[in-house]
Design a protein around this ligand. Structure first.
Ligand code: NDP
Length: 297
């Protein structure tokens, strides 16, 4: 039986596993963290068809359970290198931190890593006032004033979550917002969310903990916590031996999720495409699995 590896257990990888398993293929999902990917860190999901309102953690749990119940195997490990050797009959070799396995097909579903802020001092402040995840760390700032950096859907989703916990939430948008209308409207109806456009953080003021930030207009904003939600980018060092076609750091595929390397597919946020949503990631996974079913040697 053809063996398929799925690298990454977010919605794209899990849906690929569901379809592959139902097609009778042998499937292993390799996930370095918990199943669900970025979705796991999301407070409320209201745009995944079939669920009016579900937490990212619950949706991740449901998806992983459905796939495991079908018999897919989820390994907790990190893939550090994908390559081929001449004497291996075209198989992909996956080198992981704890193992080394061979597969006929590989689906890359590793998503994106959050973009780091890059302002001096920001790395030192992680865990002492600066966070990349409101659902994970928001509770530490209950009743306090905080800020979110970013103007996309993720930043406004973080701000809405924090507005139920914190006394005031500033959203620092470096130019204009690019978030969806529904989120902008919801943020507009919250009395304790303040949007500051054309605003960047120039520097941080902290000793043991964050005291505030100096903004690009020179003003000082006294806050106890700052949440960074400025998008992300794929992290693809593990594919450096494979000569995969990339565009702007994302993997290029055809409509069937095939990359330029036969047997290698890419799905979800790691793929170069127009729309990055949970439902489009899941759709990519289904398409890749159906393509593999047709491509099986
Ligand atoms: P986006 O790329 O959409 O937005 C990134 C934001 O961060 C922009 O406002 C950008 O500003 C800003 N930014 C980037 N770098 C910096 C920096 N160094 N300093 C300050 N600001 C910076 O990313 P998101 O993570 O918000 O969303 C990614 C995708 O996921 C989108 O397709 C989005 O629709 C989707 N998503 C959907 C959700 C939903 O449907 N509920 C929830 C979360 C994400 P600028 O515009 O100036 O570049």
């Amino acid at each position: 039986m053809s063996k398929c590896a799925i690298i990454g257990g977010g919605p794209a990888g899990l849906n690929a596993a569901l379809y592959l398993k139902r097609a009778g293929l042998d499937v292993v999902i390799i996930e370095k963290d918990v199943p669900g990917g970025e979705m796991f860190k999301t407070d409320k999901i209201e745009n995944y068809l079939g669920f009016e309102n579900i937490s990212g953690g619950d949706l991740a749990y449901n998806m992983a359970k459905q796939v495991k119940d079908l018999g897919a195997w989820i390994i907790k490990d990190k893939v550090i290198r994908v390559f081929k050797e001449d004497n291996k009959d075209g198989k992909f070799i996956l080198e992981m931190v704890n193992d080394r396995l061979e597969f006929d097909y590989v689906v890359v579903a590793t998503g994106r890593e959050p973009r780091k802020l890059g302002v001096r001092g920001s790395d030192n402040l992680i865990g002492r006032g600066l966070s990349y995840c409101a659902v994970c760390d928001g509770y530490f700032y209950k009743g306090l004033e905080v800020a979110v950096i970013g103007g996309g859907d993720a930043a406004l989703t973080e701000a809405l979550y924090l507005s139920d916990l914190c006394s005031k939430v500033y959203v620092l948008v470096r130019k204009d917002m690019r978030a969806s209308e529904i989120l902008k409207k919801r943020v507009g109806s919250k009395d304790n969310i303040v949007i500051l456009k054309n605003t960047e953080v120039r520097s941080f003021d902290y000793d043991d903990e964050l005291k505030g930030v100096t903004l690009s207009n020179g003003e000082f904003l006294a806050i106890s916590g700052i949440f960074v939600a400025i998008g992300g980018a794929p992290s693809l060092d593990f594919l450096s031996d494979m000569d995969v076609n990339l565009k702007d750091g994302y993997i290029v595929t055809d409509e069937r999720m095939r990359t330029n390397i036969p047997g290698l597919y890419a799905v979800g946020d790691v793929r170069y495409k127009d729309f990055y949503q949970i439902i489009t990631a899941a759709s990519d996974g289904a398409i890749a699995a159906l393509s593999i079913k047709e491509d099986v040697r």
